[in-house]
Design a protein around this ligand. Structure first.
Ligand code: ATP
Ligand code: MG
Length: 283
């Protein structure tokens, strides 16, 4: 049995559960309480506030955790980052009132900076030789300058819309973050094996992201050209059609290249092109 701590309510909760679900690990969400058990996998889920997750994993009350990297950095917990999970992307940045001219880190000397991430900020200020006053506040950091309680803020930014609507501009990106899977440093052999089988599944989910399965009919004489356009995991699958001189070609393509490849395939005579979603990819 292995225990994973995830955020109970908040930006990362749904995607944390969705990842386990896509990995075929069923957790009864209707029974979402402090601790619940997966039905078909030796896993227990502990629902916590995100701030508490790194510490709980460090002291081994949970074996694993899913949390924003920003929280790992802020708590300084001694845990391993096992995987970056590709969701919950954000950055922690310094922002100042938009009508002020930013001249570099020294602009912040002697200023008051409001933040919920005092440790990450302190490290950055020290690195840049800036002597500023850190004001720790836990919520609504973005209104601190307008309220006159700070000159700048250090806060999470994703689209930047909140900054703009509070008359602020981003001047330094200090930390880039996404959700990460963390683990304690001393895992038993048995738990390590369960983790490995979870990772195998997570990686299959991750590998399928952004990929499409593509199949088409093609004059057999064009196969060589098509293979050049469509390098697949090993190489594309080619199957003869009942109609003489034609074959069916199957491959996997990344979404970002899909339309470009389709145009090139059509140009060499591909027809009946089908594009399907991929669920899992095991390389
Ligand atoms: P909790 O009640 O669990 O303490 P919280 O209010 O501290 O929740 P959320 O706002 O749910 O935290 O954010 C959780 C994490 O989501 C953040 O730590 C960060 O890693 C990530 N995140 C991604 N985009 C954003 C964003 N625009 N604003 C805030 N957090 C974001
Ligand atoms: Mg929190």
């Amino acid at each position: 049995m292995i225990r994973i701590a995830i955020q109970s309510k908040g930006r990362l909760s749904e995607e944390s559960l969705a990842l386990m679900n896509e990995a075929g690990i069923k957790i009864d969400e209707l029974k979402r309480k402090f601790l619940s058990r997966a039905v078909n996998f030796p896993l227990e889920v502990l629902y916590l506030r995100d701030d508490d997750i790194p510490g709980v994993v460090e002291e081994e009350s949970a074996d694993l955790g899913i949390v924003g990297y920003n929280e790992v950095a802020e708590t300084g917990a001694d845990v391993k980052i096992v995987r970056k999970l590709g969701f919950g992307a954000c950055r922690i940045s310094i922002a100042i009132p938009k009508d002020q001219e930013y001249t570099g880190p020294q602009f912040l000397s002697g200023k008051r900076i409001a933040t919920s991430y005092p440790n990450v900020l302190e490290a950055w200020l020290e690195e840049n030789g800036v002597d500023a006053e850190i004001q720790k506040i836990m919520g609504s950091v973005e209104i601190a300058p307008a309220a006159g309680i700070a000159d700048a803020i250090f806060d999470i930014v994703s689209s930047g819309g909140t900054l703009v609507s509070n008359g602020l501009k981003e001047v330094e990106v200090v930390l880039r973050s996404e959700a990460v899977l963390i683990a304690g440093n001393n895992m038993s052999e048995e738990k390590q094996q369960i983790l490995d089988s979870m990772l195998f599944r997570f990686d299959a989910v991750e590998n399928s992201r952004g990929k499409k399965y593509i199949l088409m009919n093609l004059p057999t004489e064009k196969v060589e050209e098509a293979v050049k356009i469509l390098p697949a995991m090993r190489s594309p699958t080619v199957m003869p059609l009942a109609a003489e001189g034609w074959c069916s070609l199957h491959s996997v393509v990344h979404e970002s290249e899909l339309w470009d490849k389709i145009e090139r395939l059509k140009a060499i005579g591909a027809e009946g092109i089908l594009i399907l979603n991929l669920d899992k990819v095991i390389e």
